[in-house]
Design a protein around this ligand. Structure first.
Ligand code: DLL
Length: 434
């Protein structure tokens, strides 16, 4: 039997969802126009007034917001309420430029936690469960989001935060954790460490995992499911829209339902900004329909994605997004060819290698170089040089077929690729093209 947190809205008819969205967008645009000077200016420049937005169909008249706007308006320029009404901030890790700082009223926190509760229940969670939250706590939204969702479901919450893997395993085993929440790369690492400590997948009580915050492939899902003996569910979100829980996977495990009562999704052509018809591949853009403190309209996520409205066996009617297929800004262009890191991961897992790898791009004599360090497992490790070289050549062949360009493969000893307790650093681009 499918498990819902808010069945009525999660399974509402298309007409009901549309009616709700249309009602919310009118109020929201008015709220933003009246309270966010930065966005009011953008609307004025485009000649759009709040009255022009009567339904979600009209959203395409509104200007986009980008990360550059967030930087420019840092820190308070996009606040929709007095700072005094806010109860929390979260922030991105912000490797380039200023961090993104997002603000929340209590109402915003409540809605966000409900979205996460929907994700936990869609992954079979109930008040009987013990939810181990191993996403980072603090400025990152992962820990706080799933923690709040777990409370709303009424599960027993283990607020572990990320890291300290031995302690994670001790709590998981001693306190019978049934649901694990963390990044997929950390889940894979926990699985690997459990095996090293002599545990079989059946030795733990876990039944499900809720993994997101970074791209991961179907092959990686299968390998995590096997190593932990669980069903692994995807969850998506970004700091700018609250955090995790914008979209979540259900029992069908074939894409993530977007919480459409709170977020309106569009797919646009990243070059022209034109809205593309449903089913097209393009950049995902979100409009928050009822956030108070940080009410972003038409925020460009840079995530490349496809939306589908095919009927889902779980009974939910919310539109589904596929796993993000890369970003319009992290797509690598190597010797003129577009390469997504996820393609490289797919080849590695298909060829039986571990998901522990690092991609290094450089430019020598004006030619791009692509090197992939791939970690061998203990079983695969061989001290015969000829053996290793043969395998490297084989993998290079498979890589060329997938990418259309050559990559140099370096098979490296077990444990030599640095492990991550949060988001894995997969790509080192030394070309300094930006
Ligand atoms: O990563 C929020 C989150 C926390 C999501 C925990 C899921 C679980 P940011 O740090 O702002 O927020 O990063 C947002 O991460 O635009 C995507 O590119 C990527 N991302 C998030 N979830 C997924 C996912 C959190 N399931 C950025 N698959 C987004 C692929 C994801 N990429």
């Amino acid at each position: 039997m499918e498990n819902y947190f808010q069945k009525e809205i999660e399974t509402a008819s298309r007409e009901e969802i549309l009616a709700l969205q249309n009602e919310k967008i009118k109020k929201q645009v008015k709220h933003v126009y009246e309270n966010v000077e930065y966005y009011r200016k953008l609307m004025d420049e485009k000649g759009v007034k709040p009255e022009d937005i009567q339904s979600v169909e009209d959203i395409k008249k509104l200007p986009f917001l980008t990360k550059a706007d967030l930087r420019e308006a840092y820190p308070y320029g996009l606040l929709g309420t007095p700072l005094n009404d806010c109860v929390r901030i979260h922030s991105t890790s912000g490797t380039t430029g200023k961090r993104v700082v997002a603000f929340y009223t209590q109402h915003d926190v409540d809605l966000w936690e409900e979205c996460c509760a929907r994700a936990i229940m869609a992954a079979s969670g109930t008040s009987e469960d013990v939810v181990q939250v191993a996403y980072g706590y603090g400025l990152f939204t992962g820990g706080a989001g799933l923690h709040g969702g777990s409370h709303k479901v009424g599960s027993l919450t283990l607020p572990m935060s990320s890291g300290n893997t031995d302690r994670q395993i001790q709590f998981m085993m001693d306190l019978n954790a049934t649901i694990l929440c963390c990044t997929p790369s950390y889940a894979a690492y926990i699985g690997e460490t459990l095996a090293e400590q002599g545990y079989q997948p059946k030795d733990n009580k876990l039944k499900a995992g809720i993994f997101g915050a970074e791209p991961w492939t179907e092959e990686m899902r299968q390998s995590i499911e096997k190593s932990l003996g669980i069903k692994a569910y995807d969850i998506y979100g970004l700091t700018e829209t609250s955090g995790p829980g914008v979209a979540f996977e259900c029992s069908e495990q074939s894409g993530m339902h977007i919480n459409e009562d709170h977020f309106y999704a569009e797919i646009i052509d990243p070059d022209t900004g034109e809205v593309l018809p449903e089913g097209s591949k393009g950049e995902l853009v979100f409009t928050a329909l009822d956030k108070e403190a940080f009410p972003l309209l038409r925020y460009r996520t840079r995530d490349i994605c496809v939306l589908t409205r095919e009927k889902c066996s779980c009974g939910r009617t919310f539109v589904k997004m596929c796993k993000p297929m890369g970003r319009s800004d992290d797509m690598l262009i190597i010797r003129g060819v577009n390469v997504f890191p996820s393609q490289i991961e797919t080849v590695l897992l298909n060829e039986g290698y571990s998901p522990n790898y690092q991609i290094e791009i450089d430019r020598k004599n004006n030619t791009d170089t692509l090197d992939v360090m791939v970690e061998l497992t203990q079983e695969q490790f061989s001290d015969k040089v000829a053996d290793t070289q043969r395998r490297e050549r084989e993998l290079e062949g498979a890589m060329r077929t997938m990418l259309g360009i050559g990559a140099k493969i370096h098979l490296v000893p077990p444990k030599s690729v640095v492990r991550s307790e949060g988001k894995a650093v997969r790509v080192i681009d030394k070309r300094k093209l930006h």
